[in-house]
Ligand binder design. Structure first.
Ligand code: TYD
Length: 140
C-alpha cells in the first residue's frame, strides 16, 4: 500500500451463517502501526466532524454501522473527493497531510478511526489556508 495516496481498502470478510467477521491488522490491512483507536457515535443529524488536517497522523476510517461521508482533499488543487462509507468490510486510508471532513451521519452510525500516532493537539491544522501554504512549501 502506498503511504502517500488516499485509498479505499477492502477488508477480509469471513461470511458465516452465525454472523460475519472482518479483520484489520496493522501493517497488513492498514499501512501503519496502530497507536490509537477512537470512535464517533451519537452524531446529531446534520453535524459535521473534522474540518482539519494532520501534519503527521495517518488514519483509517470504517463505518462499523450505518453510513457517513468522508470528504478528503490532499491539497494538490484538484479539490475535495467524497468517499461514502456504508459497510463494515471496507474503509478509507487517509495519509498525513490531507484535509478531512466527515458528514451526513445516518442515525445510529458508528465511525471507527484507527490512528498512527497518539493524540497530539499540535499535530492539527485547523486553518485551510495554512494547510494549502504548507503543502505548496513542501512542509507537509
Ligand atoms: P477532533 O479530533 O477535533 O474530532 P473530529 O475530527 O471528529 O471533529 O476531536 C474532538 C475533541 O476530542 C477535541 O477536544 C480533542 C478531543 N480528542 C482527544 O482528546 N483525543 C483524541 O484521540 C481525539 C481524536 C480527540
Amino acid at each position: 500500500m502506498h503511504k502517500e495516496s488516499i485509498q479505499i481498502v477492502e477488508l477480509p470478510k469471513l461470511l458465516d451463517r452465525r454472523g460475519n467477521l472482518s479483520i484489520i491488522e496493522e501493517l497488513k490491512n492498514v499501512p501503519f502501526e496502530i497507536k490509537r483507536v477512537y470512535w464517533i457515535y451519537d452524531v446529531p443529524g446534520g453535524e459535521v466532524r473534522g474540518g482539519h488536517a494532520y501534519k503527521e497522523n495517518e488514519e483509517f476510517i470504517v463505518a462499523l454501522s450505518g453510513s457517513f461521508d468522508v470528504s478528503l482533499d490532499n491539497g494538490d488543487g484538484s479539490g475535495e473527493t467524497v468517499y461514502p462509507l456504508n459497510r463494515s468490510y471496507y474503509g478509507v486510508y487517509v495519509p498525513k497531510g490531507v484535509w478531512r471532513r466527515m458528514e451526513n451521519f445516518s442515525t445510529n452510525s458508528l465511525a471507527l478511526v484507527l490512528s498512527s500516532t497518539s493524540y497530539e493537539p499540535e499535530d492539527y491544522l485547523f486553518d485551510y489556508e495554512d494547510f494549502i501554504n504548507m503543502k505548496i512549501n513542501g512542509e507537509i
